[in-house]
Design a protein around this ligand. Structure first.
Ligand code: DX5
Ligand code: ZN
Length: 236
């Protein structure tokens, strides 16, 4: 099975919150495939970030898909508001208080894609019952709440196991990887099976235009994998 193209999803959590519209535009000019909006309620995680009103305010700044990553305890209460605000994909946590089936159903009823996320300490078994129903599985490679953390490499075998299970079931559901992705870690994340690769501080640590770093990240993902799978002469 040829690996899917690595997609770079820009997390704005480490962007300049005083100029978020311009920061979204900068990421899109840089060629990112989607915008990753980290929503935190100060209860599910020990931080508070942004709500539907911010997603709505940012929607006109980009045409690429908006992935709202809900790190909140009661996603069912807010699905419709994030859908109306302009999210294309709404990702909730399997560890949240609401039953996953109900959240997935509500997201689909709102006409959006449903993503399910699991924390580093959560076993893969927690999401297996939902694989047929979701449009993305987001594997956290940091403990949620803050950008700029180091990727936890011990999570990557879980990504490989998830990829194997999806293939066994004949599902082409993409795997997202979120947390600590940079030039040093992105190849292993992509090789493990992640194709929606969230980058926050790896992008917004740079002040200028982002195209070079976005391309570097994508190439590092692809070449890191290619080096292990194909002889050099076949690479173009
Ligand atoms: C953490 C968020 C991640 C994070 C990514 O709770 O879900 O999206 O902001 O930021 P970096 O890429 O800096 O780890
Ligand atoms: Zn996130």
């Amino acid at each position: 099975m040829t690996p899917r193209r690595p997609e770079i999803s820009a997390s704005i959590l480490n962007a300049d919150f005083g100029r978020l519209g311009a920061e979204v535009e900068r990421a899109v000019r840089g060629g990112v495939d989607s915008i990753h909006l980290d929503v935190m309620d100060g209860h599910f995680v020990d931080n508070i970030s942004l709500g539907p009103v911010v997603v709505e305010a940012l929607r006109p700044y980009a045409a690429v898909p908006y992935h709202s990553h809900l790190m909140i305890s009661r996603p069912l209460r807010y699905v419709d508001e994030f859908a109306r605000a302009g999210s294309d994909l709404i990702v909730f946590h399997v560890e949240a208080e609401d039953p996953a089936e109900a959240v997935i159903e509500q997201i689909h009823r709102s006409g959006r894609g449903a993503g399910i996320a699991l924390n580093p300490e959560t076993p893969l078994e927690a999401v297996l019952p939902h694989l047929e129903a979701v449009d993305l599985v987001l594997v956290m490679t940091v403990h949620p709440g803050f950008g700029g953390q180091a990727l936890l490499p011990e999570v990557l075998p879980k990504v490989s196991a998830l990829q194997a299970e999806l293939q066994r079931r004949g599902l082409d559901t993409p795997i997202g990887i979120d947390g600590g992705l940079n030039l040093e870690t992105i190849a292993a994340a992509y090789a493990a099976g992640g194709t929606i690769l969230v980058a926050g501080s790896a992008l917004y640590a740079h002040q200028g235009e982002l195209a070079p770093v976005v391309e570097e990240l994508r190439t590092a993902a692809r070449d890191g994998t290619a080096a292990r799978r194909e002889p050099a002469e076949s690479r173009r």
